[in-house]
Ligand binder design. Structure first.
Ligand code: ATP
Length: 476
């Protein structure tokens, strides 16, 4: 399937099967904001849980917190977001449409041959690195890059545009009361660094993880849940002794890539992209890119943030944020390695990987199915229990099985339609195991278990179902 078609097919499937809806759809939607439906919410929660457990429970020295979305406004001064959290933008004078300069040029590069594309991207990166806005405008004009709406090359100058949303706290709307919706979760970790270190008696190196909403007024929001204005991040800040950041940066690059591969996704679907233009706080940074239907794009960032954030908060708050290292009898401000992954982008990655249209036609008849081949541990529903008929005590047996299993994992009961149709519906929801209860179950206590990916069926003891599913969905 062509990649563009695949993206459209995934969007349609997500809506039809209760995974993801456009926000406020009955009012024609709110751009780049999405709601998760009954199955999407389960999938997202399972991914969040897997990340959380991998990053906290499975580590000796990482703890999780849950900081507020609102923070003192000075936090964002100190972090550099008030002054620097902006992207170079350009407006087309005829259509009034605003573009992120890098997206405009990248979009144009995609229409070129590989060598020409690489050359223009290289030029763009050098200009971005030098903050050369006039040069960026010339690059756009010289290549006659047109606006997709007006079709003209009539551009304003390139300007910076801050991506933070602001609102007022309390009843008086003056400047002193302006608060921001956090554009990243990381700062909630930095300002709690000493609280956690002291109360948890944490010894460097150690990490603090958290998941939560972040908000960015993205100008060009596209690609379904790839780029949203309200989204969720899963971040971990790892505090290390100054001078050891290089080895920890490499460690976390490798560890995070291993996590991605543990999702059952092939190594060929990922690549590292090392940053040429480093953010103001970083001394090394890379993206982990996944091969989305729109091509290789960032799903996670690994950043060596130096001691920038803690030092800034120290300066702006007037509070000491140092650590006393008993091994060397010295106080210092730790360096930080950050791993930052978008939960929604991960949902999209898992959906892109799982979505398969299979042709099952035989010589006798045409047939096909859409199946979501989620890793069982992430599937919204783990087990569907399907009585063959609605009578003869079969529903009761099915419900008994569900009651036995539901404290451990999510089950689904369905008695309508033919078994074949019910299987297909479970395929479309990504349910890895279906169990059919039939008359033989009453006689010998066995059921038919059907495996989603292979569509193989076998008879097993009813009493063994729970154990089998538990083994297959175990995260670790
Ligand atoms: P991009 O270059 O795609 O805008 P970024 O480099 O600004 O992303 P970071 O600030 O490093 O992103 O944020 C960490 C992660 O948060 C990203 O890797 C991505 O998965 C996620 N993320 C960032 N912005 C968005 C967004 N607007 N919508 C959904 N996820 C996002």
């Amino acid at each position: 399937m062509a990649n563009d078609n695949k993206l459209q097919a995934i969007i349609g499937h997500c809506k039809e099967y209760g995974f993801i809806f456009q926000s406020s759809e009955i009012y024609d939607g709110l751009s780049a904001v999405y709601d998760y439906g009954q199955y999407g919410a389960e999938l997202k929660k399972n991914i969040r849980d897997y990340w959380w457990r991998s990053m906290t429970q499975m580590q000796d020295n990482i703890v999780g917190i849950d900081a507020a979305i609102f923070m003192h406004p000075t936090v964002w001064k100190a972090s550099g977001h008030v002054d620097n959290f902006s992207d170079p933008m350009i407006d087309n004078k005829d259509s009034q449409k605003r573009y992120r300069v890098d997206h405009l040029i990248e979009g144009y590069a995609e229409t070129l041959e590989a060598d020409a594309a690489a050359a223009i991207i290289k030029q763009m990166e050098l200009l971005l690195e030098a903050n050369d806005f006039a040069g960026l405008k010339s690059l756009i004009e010289d290549n006659k890059i047109n606006c997709a709406i007006s079709g003209t090359c009539n551009w304003t100058d390139v300007r910076q545009f801050n991506l933070m949303f602001s609102t007022e706290m309390g009843s008086v709307a003056d400047e002193a009361n302006v608060v921001y919706l956090r554009p990243e979760t990381a700062q909630g970790i930095f300002v709690n660094f000493l609280n956690v270190q002291k109360t948890g008696r944490m010894k460097i190196p150690f990490g603090i993880a958290q998941t939560g909403k972040a908000f960015r007024n993205e100008i060009v929001a596209r690609g379904f849940i790839f780029r949203m204005r309200e989204f969720e991040q899963m971040e971990m800040q790892f505090f290390v002794k100054p001078g050891t950041q290089k080895e920890w940066y490499e460690y976390w690059k490798e560890t995070r890539m291993k996590w991605h591969l543990s999702l059952g996704i092939g190594a060929d679907k990922y690549k590292f992209h090392d940053h040429v233009k480093l953010a103001h706080y970083a001394d090394m940074a890379c993206d982990i890119e996944y091969d989305f239907p729109m091509g290789f794009k960032e799903v996670e960032g690994v950043h060596s943030r130096t001691d920038f954030d803690l030092k800034q908060h120290q300066q702006f708050s007037g509070k000491k944020l140092t650590y006393f290292d008993t091994d060397i009898n010295q106080h210092y401000v730790p360096y930080v390695i950050e791993t930052s992954i978008g939960l929604d982008r991960t949902v999209m990655m898992i959906l892109s990987e799982a979505y398969v249209e299979e042709d099952l036609s035989t010589e006798e008849k045409q047939d096909s199915r859409v199946v979501l081949k989620f890793p069982p541990m992430l599937a919204p529903i783990k087990l569907a229990v399907l009585p063959l008929t609605k009578k003869d005590g079969l529903p009761e047996l099915a419900k008994e099985l569900i009651n036995d299993c539901r404290s451990q994992f999510k089950c689904f009961y369905e008695e309508k339609d033919s078994i074949g149709k019910r299987y297909r519906r479970m395929d479309a929801l990504g349910t890895p195991f279906c169990v059919t209860i039939d008359h033989q179950t009453k006689e010998d206590g066995t059921v038919t278990i059907r495996y989603r990916d292979s569509m193989q069926q076998e008879r097993i003891a009813l009493a063994d179902v729970k154990k089998l599913v538990m083994e297959k969905i175990a995260m670790f």
